[in-house]
Structure formats: structure tokens, C-alpha cells
Design a protein around this ligand. Structure first.
Ligand code: ATP
Length: 367
């Protein structure tokens, strides 16, 4: 396994004048599992393809271990890639599919190659499928074979390009666990691309969030969840999404009052909290961010609470999502045994330590 260093990576495509990846720098530690997430077109696949050597960067460098591989051909990089569409050879058996890469990239003898294939097949629980052809396999089995084919090579770096996207929800959950088990057992260094923020959060030691080809934030999943650097990250990570409501901030010394830009509510931050903050805010318009699980129902008319009318109740089994109308909308996540109906009046509040204030123009998290 190896450390990976990506420095100021850039990729322009001439067709359409697209900057797919812009000034991306990343350090991936030996044995680290990094997930890369972002909306469609944000540059995830292009980043992965540059790491694999399938796409040549316009600028920047890639180091795997101590070697600068920026100009090294894909077949000479010690990297294995697992694709969404499995990319198995249809006319080869599972055994041949798994052995092929070893035959091409190593000088192991036949006995040693067979030993490695059988060992990897056992690890992926596909030893009974070794004589089958890909079209005899289910989607889940094909992806196990693709994983086995990657493991068998014992590469320095594993690259996963949305490997579970073609599987149904149940299978995706079990394959996700399978990949995590492999990660724990083999301590692989991996970059795992997904558009699914839940997958990125649950699988990654570290999560990298891209938008428009640019790095937005990287960090441990909980770090990113709790301290998003901007409105984009705050809204992309977490389900349901963080509530965003325009507020006018009135700042008078140690007091901060937030008033809904459409009226309907106001919320005072305590002087102690404001004093402890390292940032002083202007009296201006901001975007208030608060996660649905941090919006709490309180007794009707409780001190400092906000009164709202319930617009919609969305039951999702374990929880209910309440859409609360205060001229703006807040969504609250409450237990499923909280029985409320559209039109009911409720009071809610939130803890000041859970709020974020984003610059109204730039979206930067400023408080
Ligand atoms: P998705 O989740 O939809 O796969 P992505 O985040 O993986 O998206 P990329 O496939 O890396 O995004 O694409 C980034 C940008 O580069 C997009 O605007 C895309 O249209 C463009 N792009 C990708 N490959 C090429 C290419 N070969 N030629 C021209 N433009 C390209």
C-alpha cells in the first residue's frame, strides 16, 4: 500500500471548454479509505481517471508512494479500479477474469497465480463461481468478481467508481459492508467515488466534497457534518437537508437578534454565546442553517420559542418530518410517535450552539 499525493491537479477538456477539475490537492495516507462525493458533473470520475492514468492532467502532479506517476501509463501504475458496470470480460470465466490482470502485470508462475485467485475468491465468497461466465452471474456476484479481481493484484491503490450504483438498495447495503470488511482486513488505500452522501459518510475515513471541479471541503465525516465550511457542503451532507432560512441579523454589542427576512419569527443569541465567539457579525442579511434533528418541539408558548403552523407531515417510519410554516419553512425531525397534523399550531426552538450563519452572498460559514 502507499501514500498518494495529489498536487494542484487540473483537467480541461477542449470539447466544450470544460474545466472538469480545478486546482485539486489531496493527501491520502497509507491505508486510508477516502470517499469523494459531489453532484453530477463535479469532476469525481475525472479525478479518479487521472489517478488511474486513464486521463492525462492538464496541470498538476500525482505521486503514488515516492513515485511521480503523472506521466506514467495506466498499465504501469500499481492501481486497481472497480467500475460501476463491473467491466468483466464476457468470454472469460470468473477464474480467467481474475487471473488475467495478474498474468499481464506480474511474472508470477501459474501455481502462484492460481493460489492468489483462489485465496481472493474465498475472501469474496465466490469460489463456487470460478468456472462460470459473467452472464451467468447476478449483479451482486459480478461486483464480487470485480472486487476479487482487484484484490488479487494486491495493488498500491484501489479506485472505486460508483461500484454499487447498479445494485438494488438491499444488495448495496450488504456490499457496502463487504467493502468495509475488506478495508479492515487488508487495510487498503482507496479512493471511492460516489454521488451518494450517505455512502460517502458511512464508508470514508475521510470525505472529500467537490462541486464544479473544485474542492469544497475534506475531513472526517463527523467534522464535515458538524462544521461545514459553506452552504453547499451544509446542504449536500445530511438527509433531510439542513434548513436554510434568510435572516436579518441585528447586532448590538454582545446581543445578536436573528429575525426572519419574511418576518414570522425572531431568535436571540445569548450574550455569553456571542462573547465566546471569535467572530463579530455586522447587522446584515445572512442565511441561517439548522439541521432538522436540531429543531425541537417545546410546550406551546414556552419562553423564547417560535410558533409555527404545520404544513406537511412526512412519515418515514422511524421518524416524522414536520414542515413548519413561519413565513419561511423549517423542517423538524421528530419521533414517529409524535402525532400531529397539518394545520396544528406548535412551538419550537433550537439550541444556539447548533446554528450556522452563512454569508448571504458567498455562502461561507461565518458563525
Ligand atoms: P457523474 O456523477 O455524473 O458521473 P462526475 O462528478 O463524475 O459526474 P465527471 O464525469 O468527472 O463528473 O465530469 C466533470 C465535467 O467534465 C462535466 O462537465 C463533464 O461533462 C466533463 N467531461 C467529462 N469527461 C469529458 C470528456 N471526455 N470530454 C469533455 N468533457 C468531459
Amino acid at each position: 500500500m502507499a501514500r498518494v499525493s495529489v498536487n494542484s491537479l487540473r483537467k480541461e477538456f477542449d470539447t466544450g471548454n470544460v474545466v472538469a477539475v480545478d486546482d485539486l490537492s489531496l493527501e491520502i495516507e497509507d491505508g486510508e479509505f477516502v470517499t469523494v462525493v459531489g453532484p453530477s458533473g463535479c469532476g469525481k470520475t475525472t479525478t479518479l481517471r487521472m489517478l488511474a492514468g486513464l486521463e492525462r492532467p492538464t496541470a498538476g502532479t500525482i505521486k503514488i508512494g515516492d513515485e511521480n506517476v503523472t506521466d506514467v501509463h495506466a498499465k504501469n501504475r500499481d492501481v486497481a479500479m472497480v467500475f460501476q458496470n463491473y467491466a468483466l470480460y464476457p468470454h472469460k470465466t470468473v477464474f480467467e477474469n481474475m487471473e488475467f490482470g495478474l498474468r499481464m502485470s506480474t511474472d508470477l508462475n501459474e501455481t502462484e497465480r492460481e493460489r492468489r485467485v483462489v485465496e481472493s475468491a474465498e475472501m469474496m465468497d465466490i469460489e463456487d463461481l470460478l468456472e462460470d461466465k459473467p452472464d451467468e452471474l447476478s449483479g451482486g456476484q459480478k461486483q464480487r468478481v470485480a472486487l476479487g479481481r482487484a484484490i488479487v493484484r494486491e495493488p498500491d491503490l484501489f479506485l472505486f467508481d460508483e461500484p454499487l450504483s447498479n445494485l438494488d438498495a438491499k444488495l448495496r447495503t450488504s456490499m457496502r459492508a463487504e467493502i468495509q470488511r475488506l478495508q479492515n482486513e487488508l487495510e487498503i488505500t482507496a479512493v471511492y467515488v460516489t454521488h451518494d452522501q450517505h455512502e460517502a459518510m458511512t464508508m470514508g475515513d475521510r470525505i472529500v466534497i467537490l462541486d464544479g471541479g473544485e474542492l469544497q471541503q475534506q475531513g472526517r465525516p463527523t467534522e464535515v457534518y458538524e462544521n461545514p465550511v459553506n452552504e453547499f457542503v451544509a446542504g449536500f451532507i445530511g438527509s433531510p437537508s439542513m434548513n436554510f432560512v434568510d435572516v436579518d441579523v441585528e447586532s448590538t454589542g454582545s446581543r445578536l437578534r436573528l429575525t426572519g427576512a419574511n418576518g414570522g419569527f425572531s431568535f436571540d443569541l445569548s450574550p455569553a454565546y456571542v462573547n465566546n465567539s471569535e467572530v463579530a457579525l455586522d447587522s446584515s442579511r445572512y442565511t441561517l442553517g439548522i439541521r432538522p434533528e436540531n429543531v425541537t418541539l417545546v410546550d406551546p408558548g414556552a419562553a423564547d420559542s417560535i410558533t409555527a403552523t404545520i404544513d406537511v407531515v412526512e412519515p418515514v417510519g422511524s421518524d416524522n418530518f414536520l414542515h413548519l410554516d413561519v413565513n419561511s419553512e423549517f423542517i423538524a425531525r421528530v419521533d414517529s410517535d409524535v402525532y400531529l397534523e397539518p394545520g396544528d399550531r406548535v412551538s419550537f426552538t433550537f439550541d444556539e450552539s447548533n446554528i450556522h450563519l452563512f454569508d448571504h452572498e458567498t455562502g461561507h460559514n461565518v458563525f
